[in-house]
Design a protein around this ligand. Sequence first.
Ligand code: ATP
Length: 232
Amino acid sequence: MISVEDIDVHYGDLQVLWELSLEIREDDSIVAIVGPNGAGKTTLLKTLSGVLRPTTGSIELFGEATHDLSPSDIVQRGFVHVSEKRNLFHDLTVYENLRMGAYTQRDEFDETYEEVTDMFPVLEERRDQKAGTLSGGEQQMLAIGRGLMAHPTVLALDEPSGALAPQLAGRVFEKIDEISEDITIILIEQHVDQALDLSDRVYLLENGRIATEGTGAEMLESDHVRETYLSG
Ligand SMILES: Nc1ncnc2c1ncn2[C@@H]1O[C@H](COP(=O)(O)OP(=O)(O)OP(=O)(O)O)[C@@H](O)[C@H]1O
């Protein structure tokens, strides 16, 4: 579904991704991209979303090269990125935020709204509350819910458990697992142990390069992964 081949990505003169290749397949439920702070995980997602352009290499999304596609074309093709900063409209209500998420799919709004609020009942309970006044966990649910309103085939989630208390983070992971029954998830995670538990496949990104990739079990066999990222 997504094929990234040998991409380099820069911010001005600063090169952040180096000859990076990866593959997301139709039968993947959750693919995790893990790695330390500053490794380039968010940069990779921004590049897949069309916000940044690779200086070399190519990206194919559902069989189509993305170099001429705008970020909104890419959403329309079915790739939706929920950013780490959540990017909610804080002065708009929960309902209005969900409406904004459906901008590519207006005809099916009512049906999708029902599906999303079935999955996240708190969003219906808080329907008329301003997004900026929701708790951190509720804002994360809204950000994911808004992403789902665009009917993605692939949903990329950047640190969905970031800044949440462990219990809430656990609830977000449960929802992600549920969503992955129908939609392929790309999960950016700093917590390598969580990612190994949840994912079919994991890419470890270090200094802008893929250091290791494999199934959770394969990653556990790597001395480097165990010694650097897993305690105990
Ligand atoms: N807009 C920008 N301009 C210049 N440099 C940037 C910009 N955004 C990110 N960088 C740099 O690119 C590198 C990779 O950043 P990125 O946010 O992709 O890493 P990350 O793996 O997502 O890190 P984290 O886990 O801390 O979010 C970092 O060195 C960062 O300082």
